[in-house]
Design a protein around this ligand. Structure first.
Ligand code: GLN
Length: 267
């Protein structure tokens, strides 16, 4: 059997098969393209086939290889954290457009730490803090911060609870916002991600309400709050921000054209 046949017989999407093969053999995709007709090394078959079987059983590629790229950098991931999504890069870009030099930044529900670590590495002048409720997620976030050499402070906290009276120029969050009965929770990659990172076990707005109403006590004057949310939650988020006294309330569309981030500025 040659390498092209090995990947084909895995039954996987071509890109997934190439990524898994590269991960377990150290041979990059260019190597595979050049050696497609070569007879396979049995050692490569024995490391590739078990990974291909995990992928066929539904496990996300990011968990199998333990890495996911976000904003041009590789982040360590495992089943304790949500897999970073390209859509979340919008939240990072909007935050970067709004932060003044040396600003204090807070990320709520940091998961892998992809948001605060990216903000810090893009803007070394920022003073970046991040919280998560999950100790195992914080281990992943801290691992990423040290691997990428990003000076971010992490706290275990139920949203604002451990922050005392600290105030920030900008607060960002990509909280769990999937409604508890949403069928997506039992489909595809989501089946493998931590349920507590995906769903609020309510109507989808439980954590967003808490984050928005609490932000006034943790933002400096004229500070920004930016939240990622579900495809049908932008109007509700705008209403919550207006109710909490925010101005310049608006939503921004993701790569698929869906309103994905909503934010406002404290009056
Ligand atoms: N902030 C992390 C991310 O955007 C985790 C989000 C979450 O777990 N809901 O990937």
């Amino acid at each position: 059997m040659n390498y092209s046949a090995l990947l084909l017989q895995s039954g996987l999407d071509k890109f997934d098969a190439q990524v898994l093969f590269s991960h377990c053999t150290g041979k990059n995709r260019a190597w595979l393209i050049g050696h497609g007709q070569d007879e396979v090394d049995p050692a490569h078959v024995s490391v590739f086939n078990p990974l291909a079987a995990r992928r066929r059983a539904g496990e996300p590629v990011a968990y199998i290889i333990g890495l996911r790229e976000f904003y041009g950098r590789d982040f360590v991931v495992n089943s304790s954290v949500l897999i970073p999504r390209p859509d979340t890069e919008l939240l990072v870009e909007l935050a970067l457009e709004r932060v003044a030099d040396g600003a204090r930044v807070l990320d709520l529900g940091t998961g892998s730490g992809c948001i605060p670590i990216t903000l810090k590495l893009e803007r070394l002048d920022l003073d970046v803090s991040a919280v998560d409720l999950s100790p195992s997620a914080l281990i992943v976030a801290q691992t990423n911060a040290s691997r990428l050499d990003a000076a971010v402070r992490f706290y275990q906290s139920d949203w604002y609870q451990a922050l005392g009276d600290a105030r920030f120029e900008i607060i960002v969050s990509n909280p769990p916002y999937i409604e508890k009965n949403d069928h997506h929770l039992s489909e595809g990659d989501l089946r493998f991600e931590p349920r507590s990172a995906l769903s609020d076990e309510g109507d989808g707005l439980v954590h967003l309400r808490h984050i928005i109403s609490g932000a006034c006590d943790h933002l400096k004057e004229s500070g920004w709050l930016l939240c990622e949310h579900g495809w049908d939650q932008s109007a509700a988020c705008r209403a919550l921000l207006v109710e909490a006294g925010f101005q310049e309330v608006q939503s921004w569309r993701d790569l698929s054209g869906i309103e994905r981030v909503t934010g406002g500025r404290l009056a």
